[in-house]
Design a protein around this ligand. Structure first.
Ligand code: ARG
Length: 240
């Protein structure tokens, strides 16, 4: 079975959670789209492989990889040491930070001011870990930033934002780009504060131990960055 694991899959089955614009979302035609999806389609095309997208809860992605229902996670997933126990990560394709979404009149400007507050997060994300008092940060710089908040976990980030609007939570901790999108759609009531808990490197999660597949994915990723395709996709989906 070692031999079988080291193969490049015939079909690339991508797990995502399309609740994370602009990286993945469900568009007006009910299709899953976004930067990560476009990037994976480009990779699959260059590998001459068919691709299938499976939309699921964020917290189910790693388990689906372990049970081999999917063979790639493309979900704005931050490379963390914990997750590396279950999956391998490709080279990074995007660097991000956490953001805090608060009501317009809020005095909160830092993650450390969230102690004792109610925080809304998307379940299983790095925003959840940071808010839940886990050690967090770049390798060697890990620390606990929020020590004792009340964390309310949602399947969708957008639902956490709804709770913030109606006053059930004091803040939402979520990655910067989706935070910007959610605030843009509620700009009369909400604002965004950036207080990085450390840079977060988005990577594709891949089956653990499949070096051949990882090597090929990284090769394509590198080519996509070098020939300008990455910048085109970034301009289309992220910097628009
Ligand atoms: N970068 C964060 C993490 O890895 C959040 C990712 C959420 N992605 C999503 N598609 N909902 O935990």
């Amino acid at each position: 079975s070692k031999k079988e694991e080291s193969k490049i899959p015939e079909k690339i089955i991508v797990g995502t959670n399309a609740e994370f614009p602009p990286f993945e979302y469900v568009d007006d035609n009910k299709k899953v789209d976004g930067f990560d999806i476009a990037l994976m389609k480009e990779i699959a095309k260059r590998m001459d492989k068919k691709i299938e997208i499976q939309n699921m809860e964020f917290k189910s992605l790693i388990g689906s990889m372990e049970s081999k229902t999917i063979n790639v996670v493309a979900a704005g997933m931050t490379k963390t040491e914990e997750r590396q126990n279950a999956v391998d990560f490709s080279d990074s394709y995007y660097t991000s930070n956490q953001a805090i979404i608060v009501k317009k009149d809020s005095k909160i400007t830092k993650l450390s001011q969230l102690d004792g507050k109610k925080i809304g997060v998307q379940e299983g994300t790095t925003g959840d870990l940071i808010s839940s008092g886990d050690k967090f940060g770049e390798p060697g710089k890990e620390k606990v930033i929020v020590k004792k908040a009340k964390v309310k976990r949602f399947k969708k980030g957008v639902d956490a934002v709804m709770d913030l609007k109606n006053g059930s939570v004091d803040a939402v901790v979520i990655d910067e780009k989706p935070a910007q999108e959610f605030v843009k759609n509620n700009s009369k009531k909400l604002k965004l504060v950036i207080d990085s808990a450390g840079a977060e490197y988005y990577c594709l999660a891949l089956p653990k131990g499949n070096e051949e597949f990882k090597k090929e994915i990284n090769k394509q990723l590198k080519a996509i960055k070098e020939d300008g395709t990455y910048d085109k996709l970034k301009a289309k989906y992220i910097d628009n």
